[in-house]
Design a protein around this ligand. Structure first.
Ligand SMILES: O=C(O)CCC(=O)C(=O)O
Ligand SMILES: [Fe+2]
Length: 302
């Protein structure tokens, strides 16, 4: 596709949606769209807006589990709800419910499921039951964070890889459930061997670089000393989560949010203890992350 054609196609997609940006860099609310009745043109527009804005919210929806799965299926391939956590209902749904005895707060900055070789490209979260106050979710723009590092630090991190280990968060759960995980990329997950990903991820659709380490699942930088790893990761986490790199969403009943796990990290605010908050998540299959050194082997898919 030529640049001129791409620009025309994107303008056409934009005209399909009423978008309200949430900040100068990323995040947008999509108004007046019923996710159960999308035309093909609207689906294309939602996909384009998702890649451009990284986090989108759709207000005033009233989706069932099946509606949420159907909407997500129009955007991409669905994975199991989670590689480890077991949920009732459709296998694609991952329930995040504070009244569940297994519930634990996701109050650590993370990008979803980076402890698998192929982490999900996107997560789609629906507000089911909300506390009167609290329970907001925050997102950080990992590409903005990368771009706003100084050039020497960008050069340093461009060449690094990091180990991601799901055992800290999910190992005990997996053992409690007799090593019975879900199916992920065609295999049942019965253990969580650590995986290595580039510290800087090149987005497969835009070619933009973003930081791809997170305090939830990254255990260390590969090939450096423990002290160096801690120092580098602390620097990157503090930088990634600077207020000007983040947005925060206060959920309303019916809201549906979708975020690009290839370009963002997020944090679920832990400020509604003792109250019920229930959300339902589905995730879209993603490809294996690659870094700047391998970018030449891949061409952006749009
Ligand atoms: O409950 C939330 O707001 C977000 C939880 C979370 O980390 C997720 O859905 O991936
Ligand atoms: Fe998450």
């Amino acid at each position: 596709m030529t640049t001129a054609t791409t620009t025309t196609a994107r303008s056409a997609e934009r005209r399909e949606l009423t978008l309200e940006p949430l900040g100068p860099s990323f995040g947008a609310v999509v108004h007046d769209l019923d996710l159960t009745e999308l035309t093909d043109a609207q689906v294309a527009a939602v996909r384009a807006a998702f890649v451009e804005h990284k986090v989108l919210f759709f207000t005033g929806q009233d989706l069932t589990d099946a509606d949420q799965v159907a909407f997500a299926s129009r955007l991409g391939d669905l994975t199991a709800g989670h590689p480890v956590a077991l949920s009732d209902g459709p296998t694609e749904i991952y329930r995040i419910d504070s009244s569940d005895p297994e519930f634990s707060f996701s109050d650590v900055w993370h990008t979803d499921v980076t402890f698998m070789t192929n982490p999900p490209a996107a997560s789609i979260l629906r507000a089911v039951t909300l506390p009167d106050t609290g329970g907001d979710t925050s997102w950080a723009d990992s590409q903005l964070a990368y771009d706003s590092l100084s050039a020497p630090v960008r050069r340093l991190v461009d060449g690094l890889t990091a180990v991601h280990d799901g055992n800290r968060e999910w190992g005990a759960y997996l053992r409690r459930h007799a090593d019975r995980g879900n199916e992920w990329d065609g295999a049942v997950v019965t253990s969580l061997p650590p995986v290595e990903h580039p510290v800087v991820r090149v987005h497969p659709e835009t070619g933009r670089k973003g930081l791809f380490v997170n305090p939830g699942f990254t255990s260390h930088i590969a090939g450096v000393s423990d002290a160096e790893s801690r120092g580098i990761l602390d620097l990157l986490y503090a930088h990634l989560t600077k207020p000007e790199h983040t947005i925060r969403h206060r959920w309303s009943p019916g809201d549906v949010g979708i975020w690009d796990n290839r370009a963002t990290a997020h944090y679920a605010n832990n400020d509604y203890s003792g109250k019920t908050r229930a959300m339902a998540r589905v995730t879209l299959r993603g490809d294996r992350p690659y870094g700047p050194a391998d970018a030449d082997l891949h061409s952006p898919t749009r």
